[in-house]
Design a protein around this ligand. Sequence first.
Ligand SMILES: [Zn+2]
Length: 286
Amino acid sequence: MKALLAVTRRRFTKVVGLLASLPFLLALSTPGAEGQPTPNRAPATPSAAAPKAPLDLDPPAAGTKVLLVTGNDYPGHLWRQTAPVLKELLEKDARLKVRIVEDPNALASPKLKEWDVVILHFMDWEVPGPGPEARENLKRFVESGKGMMLTHFACGAWDNNEWPEFKKLAGRVWFGANGGRQHDPHGKFRVDIADPAHPITKGLEPFETLDELYTCLTGDAAIQVVAKATSKVDQKDYPMAFVLNFGQGRVFHTVLGHDTRAYASAGVGELLRRGCAWAAGVEPGK
Ligand SMILES: [Zn+2]
């Protein structure tokens, strides 16, 4: 049953992917004003067709070194739009120096250990997650006392068949293929502070956001929920941000951040800045 659902999900995604690429395909086949094909017309939306920037994994000389790892998403998420916005809002804390790398396989680099925090900002179930070398390198990185942060879709960066240990590292992971629902319909909701004593959320007020309220996370690692929201569908509370320790390292995981509209909420920005600082081992909110 599970395998069948996984296949169904994959097929659904392929249909969505095909639909997403339709404007591009139409652009290729539609004659231009002079009646000629226009094969070089740019895609209507950012797509994988655009060139990726070369990897630069040499960390900055000073500040808290934050490596934002992105580079793929399924068509419902647009990393090319969200990654720069995420970088910008994190750098409102002047201590945080954020570098975007557009290839999840960067996690395999020996230079990873030169960074303070890694942000996972990718997920595409049509392609495998980064392989064993990247997984082990990331695990060693966190275990050794570094920080990891996950945003929204990254809770599904690897599925359980690929890397069962990801569940321990991330605390909770996406489990949308269980036949149940995955999130509330996209819309406005209030995020409440679940732990007002935690350094990340100390002094923060509840805030409104426009996002997907994830309801399908699974896992049994010991986590500490710092922010939560109440589903309008079943009136239950779900974690919106939580922390855990893995080895000597710190993990800050938030399921907020479906698109740039979610990042427009001032409360989300503050929560992410503080969570990133905490994961880096520096005092949040300074
Ligand atoms: Zn989403």
